[in-house]
Design a protein around this ligand. Sequence first.
Ligand SMILES: C[S@@+](CC[C@H](N)C(=O)[O-])C[C@H]1O[C@@H](n2cnc3c(N)ncnc32)[C@H](O)[C@@H]1O
Length: 222
Amino acid sequence: MTVDKERKEPTSSYPAEWEQHRIVQSNLFRQQVETFLRPIPKDVQQRMERIAEALLLQPQDTLIDVGCGTGAMVPFIHKYIPLSHIWLCDCSEAMLEQAKKRFPECHSIHCDFLKLQQAPEKTTELDKVDVVLCNAVFGNFIDQQAALQVASHLLKKGGRLVVSHPMGRGFVQRLHESNPAMVPHLLPDRQAWQCLSWRSWRMTLEYYCDESELYIARLLKE
Ligand SMILES: C[S@@+](CC[C@H](N)C(=O)[O-])C[C@H]1O[C@@H](n2cnc3c(N)ncnc32)[C@H](O)[C@@H]1O
């Protein structure tokens, strides 16, 4: 369990350690652009379909795809909402550039999600959203509580945070063990979410799926 049990107060500061981690992430993922552009195996695509279903999207909804990478989830999300309702967010310019090239109709924000409140697009264009999706990125955040805080502030009342991984929690654990600089944390188990989510950021766990190769946690913003 890697999410702290202590509640932290909202902070607008951006510690030097986070900036260092952002640089590490950007550098690591710049080298992985080609890998993420490869065709996705059929079985993984089926699990991505299930993640998209779990978002419970209605046609008018808006969504931010946090750590969107090259936009792998976008075609699955687009089955439910127009591209113009999707915000792409990534701290790696190289990954985000590919996503923008593939889906120019989407909005985009190049920033660390933990620093989203300070991004120029946030203050001028991006309002509250219905869904915050963190697919294959939650273990990468240097501070998972801070990510929950940002997500909670961004969500409308009744909105959903979906934390997911199409390869499962065990896969993230193996990544964490082999490359803790890239994946400093694990994905929270059900018990961790139940302890944390309501007390922390007014979000309650309403759906949890923990199969050997699929992880989905959906939290409802009160
Ligand atoms: C493993 S990839 C997943 C990409 C995409 N979500 C997918 O499903 O293919 C993780 C992505 O998250 C981005 N990322 C990592 N930490 C981030 C952060 N704090 N804010 C925004 N993006 C981040 C990385 O640059 C990378 O593109």
